[in-house]
Ligand binder design. Structure first.
Ligand SMILES: [Fe+2]
Length: 135
């Protein structure tokens, strides 16, 4: 399995699209590492990356929504907060127990759901709203 950026995921705001591309690249790297039996090592790197990423990326996206007075702001932000919550749980578990295979599988599932439900839908809706230009 491999994850690749595709143009249909673009929301049309370059900075945000680049951040999404970066996330998908990291996700793909985790999947490749899993196939090569290196999932645990890669997950450790990914968790460091995600810790930083969620703050910069979510802040940028939410600032953009405030700028455009996006009506779905609160719902969208709740999805971001849920992702951060899941990430916090993952971080505290791996800090307490060390990283193991079930964390790798859990992260794969978490990122796949994020891609399918959030980036492909909620972020796309935001892009469509901005493109409609009625605000
Ligand atoms: Fe988002």
């Amino acid at each position: 399995m491999s994850i690749q950026w595709r143009e249909s995921l673009a929301i049309g705001v370059e900075a945000i699209d680049n951040q999404h591309k970066e996330l998908l690249l990291r996700f793909d790297r985790l999947l490749n590492a899993c196939q090569a039996g290196q999932g645990i090592e890669e997950l450790k790197k990914l968790l460091v990356f995600l810790g930083e990423y969620v703050h910069t990326h979510f802040n940028d996206e939410e600032a953009l929504q405030r700028l455009h007075r996006y009506p779905e702001y609160e719902t969208h932000r709740a999805e971001h907060l849920y992702f951060i919550e899941q990430l916090n749980i993952l971080n505290s578990e791996t800090e307490a127990e060390g990283v193991s295979t079930h964390h790798v599988i859990g992260t794969n599932n978490m990122l796949l759901k994020w891609l399918l439900n959030h980036i492909s839908k909620s972020d796309k809706d935001l892009g469509d709203f901005i493109k409609s230009g009625t605000h």
